[in-house]
Design a protein around this ligand. Sequence first.
Ligand code: PHE
Length: 337
Amino acid sequence: MHPLEQLRDDALREIAAARDEKSLEGVRVEYLGKSGSISEWGERMKTLGKEERPVVGKLLNQARKAVTAALDQRAGKVRADKESDALASIDVSLPGTPHNTGSLHPLHQMHERGIQIFRRMGFALAEGPDIETEWYCFDALNTPPDHPARNEQDTFYLPDGRLLRTHTSTVQIRAMESAPPPIRVIASGAAYRRDELDATHSPQFHQIEGLYVDENVSVADLKGELEFFMRELFGADSEVQFRPHFFPFTEPSLEVYVRSKALKGGEQWIEVAGCGIVHPAVFEAVNKARGDNAYDPEKWSGYAFGLGMDRLAMILFEIPDIRLFSQNDLRFLKQFA
Ligand code: PHE
């Protein structure tokens, strides 16, 4: 066997044994590099006799060709093995990474539904702060200093004399202060009372307040609006009942009850709101604050209402306990996603 054939066979064996690109490159340099043992035969050719030269030349070519081809082929295989090793470490049958999408709190959904219905009736959104003065919460709303609602047992007072609003009716005053009649607004938000926390009471609860002031506004308008609202919310066969009540800031004052066959326990009347015709004393208080007579009780009249949103949401979504709204239990919240 010619030494070139021997070199070729050695190279082919080393190539077959190579496990990575680095050792393949080592083999290439060893045999085919500038001073590689096969390449050296190129130089040696010049020293050979005429007969021997073509024979060795042929062998040299064959050896180069065979080793180069083997290197290419093995490199391809090494690369493919590397890729499939990497893939083998990925278990494609494993479940994917779950991405949790958030959703709106049921109370928030309830507010949005309520606001949507009132928007269609032409109500604009008004706002007021949760921390209020006694004037906005009581005095301007014709609630005298000795009224039980102002008692420290019912109201959260701050050390500086301000308080957490006990109802959203404060926004009635703020809305009238900032714009003359006619006015048609709703305000949605939290209210606070020193109630013991149980299945139906919470020291923080939520209301949608409504106020409409125009010429000749009557109880008939009020009833029509609230009936429409309840039917939109609870279905066309909802029944609404108004019962006489007392609020210092409305006269007459009414409580609103609703029942609907579409609801669970549909035979029962459930109290959902307080409402009434705005008391002239409220207009007078607003006029005083405005420094004009914009809300002249002789010219303007209005109605107001306060809807209990926690109650409405509990009826609509069949939620048995008001505490669920504030416990942040995902098992509960996810049911409204
Ligand atoms: N503010 C009253 C309450 O929270 C409800 C109400 C609002 C009554 C507007 C009459 C008019 O109980």
